[in-house]
Design a binder for this molecule. Structure first.
Ligand SMILES: Nc1ncnc2c1ncn2[C@@H]1O[C@H](COP(=O)(O)OP(=O)(O)OP(=O)(O)O)[C@@H](O)[C@H]1O
Length: 490
């Protein structure tokens, strides 16, 4: 995309220092953009009243007020102009406030030409996507970048309504989350998603991506807890051919794959400290250097991260860097556990059943329904999906009975206080598996059944945390995910 063609409306540059205004103007003009300048808040508001702009770049501290006032002015008047603020080095608090109030991005002084370029490129993507929104919506297939790597999941389709449907439920807690997601999708702000295992953190991240201007670019999901420390740098930043033994080809890292799109760092608390430093640098500089290469290259990546651990506590004990925490945790979303969406349960169960069954029909016996409504779901949505899948497989005559669920019908309040170890373990209670019957049983079906059983047992014991379950079984996360997929465990 060429900025000379795309940005027809001028850029408004607001700064009280004439030298900086001139420098920015010159730089932007060199990029083929037209520019208007304002020396303070009052002058800027006047310009915004009278002209249309494609982008606003504002300093934060000016004699007649703060850049925040401009951010608020644009938000309050629904001007629909992306605004980026320029803050003094080290003033992250201000930057965060601006992002929360609706700024699209921020730059720290001293600004480099490369940073300005990346920023303008992001704006082009946004303008371009709103210009072509109707075309994109009408199209049946959307452009996607294929990402294939260990610990990286597949790219997603960019479809607005599908994005909203990712998170089911009508309870105020989940409705609030959906609303926040739609709001955050319009900006570039780093988002930190907290919540128990299986509560939908990855779904929330995908939903932000799919509703954002980045939707046609890659969504790269990385499980930070599953990458061996020695491979971290090359996995994140890529390498050049010949840079170390075994580097037979140039290889892109997660950052390069996610350029223009979203990088989702799952289980971010598991990043070793050495990698945390490198990640912080990449985020601050918006640039990465492949192993074996001299030069850094700019990347335009939106970072979303998640963990089921208490990141605040890890910062306090020194296991997670505070500066990185501030960078990642600009805005946070907390995914409610399923037990707090109790009013939604009857509908959720029906929707999930229909999803799993497709065209088949099956009913829940009243006792089974009651048991499902009373269970506390320590493994949240993932556990509910697993229970239903298993129950369907075990059911006879198209009726799911309470025994098919293999859960204990504790009440919500009773079970909320149970520890992970005391969570009901279906395998222990039902150890007698059907014997292998020569001439009748298929060996592969039998072995699959055994394997499925062991995986489910490990998942239940680790509260449906796949990384921990893999560790418990002594297999890699990749292998765990592959096996879960193969055996139809959600
Ligand atoms: N609100 C929801 N509505 C429907 N399905 C959901 C919802 N939340 C989660 N799920 C389903 O539950 C499963 C787990 O979700 P997801 O992987 O997003 O959880 P997570 O919090 O990222 O888990 P982990 O901590 O283990 O990484 C997925 O199959 C997802 O489709």
């Amino acid at each position: 995309m060429n900025s000379q063609v795309e940005l027809k409306k001028p850029v408004l540059v607001i700064d009280d220092e004439a030298d900086i205004r001139d420098l920015m103007e010159l730089t932007l003009i060199k990029m083929g953009l037209s520019v208007q300048t304002a020396a303070g808040v009052a002058e800027a508001k006047k310009a915004l009243r009278n002209h249309a702009f494609s982008l606003v770049l504002t300093d934060m501290r000016m004699p007649d007020g703060s850049g925040l006032e401009i951010v608020d002015y644009i938000t309050e008047h629904n001007l629909d102009i992306p605004i980026a603020v320029i803050t003094a080095y080290g003033n992250a608090v201000q930057a965060v406030q601006a992002l929360k109030n609706g700024a699209f991005d921020y730059l720290q002084k001293p600004i480099t030409l490369a940073q300005l370029r990346t920023l303008v490129k992001s704006v082009l993507t946004i303008n371009h996507s709103s210009d072509t929104d109707s075309i994109t919506k009408a199209a049946t297939s959307t452009k996607q970048s294929e990402v294939k790597s260990q610990n990286v999941s597949e790219p997603v389709r960019g479809n607005q309504s599908a994005a909203q449907e990712r998170l089911l439920g009508h309870s105020p807690l989940i409705a609030e989350v959906r609303q926040l997601i739609s709001k955050l999708a319009k900006s570039n702000v780093p988002v930190y998603i907290a919540g128990e295992s299986g509560s939908g953190k990855e779904q929330a991240a995908r939903s932000i991506h799919e509703q954002s201007a980045r939707k046609d670019k890659a969504f790269v999901a990385v499980n930070c807890g599953a990458i061996p420390e020695a491979l971290m740098e090359s996995e994140f930043f890529g390498y050049k051919k010949g840079s170390f033994t075994g580097a037979d080809n140039d290889r892109a890292g997660f950052f390069q794959h996610a350029d223009g799109g979203t990088l989702f760092l799952d289980e971010v608390a598991d990043l070793p400290l050495s990698m945390q430093v490198k990640l912080l640098r990449a985020i601050q500089e918006r640039a990465v250097r492949r192993i074996g290469e001299m030069e850094e290259k700019q990347v335009d990546v939106r970072i979303i991260c998640a963990t089921h651990k208490d990141l605040n506590a890890l910062v306090e004990t020194g296991q997670f860097r505070q500066d990185l925490f501030y960078r990642l945790n600009v805005v946070s979303i907390t995914m409610p556990p399923l037990r707090e969406l109790r009013d939604d349960l009857p509908e959720l169960i029906q929707v999930l059943l229909r999803r799993i069954l497709r065209d088949e029909t099956m009913t829940l016996s009243p006792a089974a329904e009651q048991a499902l409504l009373q269970y506390s779901y320590p493994g949240n949505f993932r556990e509910l999906e697993n229970i239903l899948e298993r129950a369907i497989a075990l059911s006879k005559n198209h009726i799911i009975e309470v025994d098919d669920l293999q859960i204990q019908s504790f009440s919500f309040d009773n079970q909320r206080n149970l520890s992970a170890d005391s969570v009901h373990n279906p395998a222990e209670e039902n150890p007698a598996r059907t014997d292998f019957q020569f001439g009748h049983t298929q060996i592969q079906d039998y072995l699959d059944d055994v394997e499925r059983h062991i995986l489910q047992q490990a998942l239940a014991q680790t509260r449906y945390n796949r990384t921990q379950a893999a560790k418990l079984l002594g297999i890699s996360f990749r292998s765990m995910r592959y096996r879960m997929e193969r055996l139809g465990i959600a």
